[in-house]
Design a protein around this ligand. Structure first.
Ligand code: ADP
Ligand code: MG
Length: 244
């Protein structure tokens, strides 16, 4: 393993009954990069995030973070080590304020409520959501909720941030703000893995892309090459992309 490897997923398999959601998946995430994880619905992208974040363990294989085996570590312990994630379906605490939601993330590093609040404010400023700090999370618009998910994850001060379809349903101008936020996060030294479907958004943003299909890695490489890969066009992008 090279020293610039932050995360490596080695031959990981995860089954749900008879269904193999991830089959012998191996990927490497380099420190400081933005990696795009793409592929059709049901390909196993969210399952891979769940395996990395510790929601559940793989049936086979190994997950290494900063050179240490975290395969059986609990989700809270992985979060302490610096792995944060958003959920494809936002999971805000709707009766709590936006600030309090982000404080939940802040408590991962903070020793006091005051310190967690400071982190939360700082993160809300960073995520351009500070003007909604006092609102109930339940009153946020869908794009604001996605931003809240990102802010709560960032408040844990992660080394690795897993973003699961955070740009879905955004207008083009909202998506531009989202792209700007992801770049800012990376510029702070955070490594990002993002699942995203809109190629126009994800391809200019990522350094590398991995394509999952039917639970296996179909292709990986520079975005420019991946979108020209015949197997990727056939399984996922469709023929209109070949023309484009
Ligand atoms: P993607 O995020 O790429 O759309 P998922 O990882 O959500 O794909 O799902 C991959 C496959 O695994 C799907 O067939 C899905 O129904 C199944 N799956 C995912 N999570 C679970 C679960 N917790 N229990 C049972 N089946 C699951
Ligand atoms: Mg998914």
């Amino acid at each position: 393993m090279s020293t610039d490897t932050l995360l490596s997923v080695d031959n990981v398999t995860r089954r749900f009954g008879g269904l193999v959601a991830n089959a012998n998946v191996s990927i490497t995430v380099r420190r400081g990069e933005i990696l795009g994880l793409i592929g059709p619905n049901g390909a196993g992208k969210s399952t891979l995030f769940n395996l990395v974040a510790g929601t559940f363990a793989p049936n086979e294989g190994r997950i290494m973070f900063e050179g240490e085996d975290i395969t059986t570590l609990s989700a809270p312990l992985r979060c302490q080590r610096g792995i944060a994630r958003t959920f494809q379906v936002p999971r805000s605490f709707d009766s709590m304020s936006v600030l309090d939601n982000v404080m939940v993330g802040g408590f991962v590093r903070a020793r006091s409520a005051a310190a967690a609040r400071d982190i939360a404010y700082e993160t809300l400023e960073f995520a351009a959501l500070a003007h909604r700090a006092g609102a109930s999370a339940g009153d946020l618009t869908p794009p604001e909720k996605r931003r809240l998910e990102v802010a709560r994850a960032l408040a844990t001060k992660p080394k690795l941030l897993l973003l699961d379809e955070v740009m879905t349903g955004l207008t083009p101008s909202e998506a531009r703000l989202g792209v700007e936020l992801v770049r800012k996060v990376r510029d702070q030294g955070v490594t990002v893995v993002m699942v995203e479907h809109v190629m126009e958004i994800v391809m200019p943003l990522v350094d590398r892309a991995v394509v999952l299909n039917l639970g296996t890695v179909l292709a990986e490489g520079r975005p420019h090459d991946v979108v020209r890969n015949d197997a990727v066009i056939t399984a996922y992008l469709g023929e209109r992309h070949r023309a484009a």
